[in-house]
Design a protein. Structure first.
Lengths: 259, 97
């Protein structure tokens, strides 16, 4: 019972956090807290198999799926602050309160306090007892479950499938197009030169240098050019450093490339 | 015994209020998961009260169905998001004339 009284407030607070959290990721973390606490409560109630399944299936698989979809859809897609139906939140809160009180009173009166306990049922171990039920009395439901899982996997594949709108270019097509372009316009068929070749830096924003020392614009990514972040001046920190060091050490003029 | 059932009912109520209040489809879905978990707790508690494992088997089946439901539901949400660029339940109002 200690585990219960320790975990129950945490679970209720985390569940309330699920309702009130502004960001969807916070709500997901609150739900993970509830699920792990539930697993502990299962273990405390003589259900070690469900304890493991709860952690593996719920916190391991389902919560990860939720977080994955949150990342896909966008973490910042939080709720709109504006209510679309006036007074809906207040009404929902009141209805929820009434529902909660009703159901607690109704079920609290019907549930008797006598607890049989699972000592006898778990005699051969909890997984053994569960498997006896699962493969005996409930074997048909178990088979239907497998059909359900296969259907769900197929449905997910169908729903996540995206029709290709353009023709897929094979490697042979791309090679043929490159050679045709070379024949027509003289464009080099090989890959573009890497940035920084023969330059003083090999950073992506430094254009490669041609043998005559002029920068080669096509070696820098288009997006860097578009943002105007190409490093233009070559009179930068290395030159200053060489000047500072040059006072103390004899400078070897034959070493190092020309600009 | 009543404590476990009461906790399960409280969690179920919080989940149902969340479904009514939240606008983000994924959070609404998480609230449904909370309700399913609450019923699982009730199943396990009743199983202990009655001294047989049928309740635990029921909870196990709920978990399996919840896993299938999450897969299909989340892929529906993703495809709606791909078509409409929004995961808000208010935005999906195509049936409204």
């Amino acid at each position: 019972m200690t585990a219960f009284w320790f975990l129950a407030p945490i679970m209720v607070i985390a569940a309330l956090g699920l309702v009130f959290a502004r960001k969807a990721v916070h709500a997901a973390l609150c739900l993970a807290v509830v699920m792990i606490s539930l697993a502990v409560l299962y273990a405390a109630q003589g259900a070690p198999f469900l304890f493991a399944v709860q952690i593996i299936v719920y916190t391991g698989a389902i919560m990860m799926l939720f977080l994955f979809v949150l990342m896909l859809v966008g973490v910042d897609s939080s709720d709109a602050v504006k209510e679309t139906i006036g007074g809906q939140r207040l009404a929902a809160g009141i209805i929820g309160l009434i529902f909660g009180i009703t159901v607690v009173l109704a079920i609290g009166q019907t549930v008797s306090g006598a607890v049989v306990g699972l000592k006898a049922a778990n005699g051969n171990g909890n997984p053994y007892g569960l498997s006896e039920l699962l493969f005996g009395k409930y074997v048909l439901a178990f088979e239907f479950t497998s059909a359900l899982l296969i259907t769900a996997a197929l449905a997910a594949m169908v729903l996540a499938h995206k029709e290709r709108l353009t023709v897929r270019h094979s490697q042979a097509d791309i090679a043929a197009r490159r050679m045709r372009e070379y024949a027509e316009s003289g464009r080099h068929p090989g890959p573009l030169p890497a940035p920084g070749v023969f330059a003083r830096h090999n950073a992506v924003d430094t254009p490669a240098l041609l043998p005559d020392g002029s920068p080669l614009e096509s070696s820098v990514s288009d997006s860097i050019v578009g943002r105007g972040q190409v490093r233009q001046g070559f009179e930068d920190d290395i030159d200053r450093l060489v000047e500072q060091v040059g006072d103390e050490q004899p400078r070897d003029e034959s070493f190092g490339g020309e600009k | 015994m009543n404590e476990y059932i009461t906790l399960s009912l409280i969690l179920f109520t919080i989940g149902s209020v969340g479904v009514l209040v939240r606008r983000n489809a994924i959070v609404v879905f998480m609230c449904i998961e909370l309700m399913l978990n609450a019923t699982n707790l009730a199943f396990v508690s009743f199983s202990r009260q009655n001294g047989n494992l049928d309740g635990q088997v029921a909870a196990f089946f709920v978990m399996v169905v919840a896993a299938a439901e999450v897969v299909v539901g989340l892929s529906i949400i993703v495809s709606i998001y791909r078509a409409r660029r929004s995961a808000s339940v208010d935005e999906a109002s195509l049936l409204k004339s």
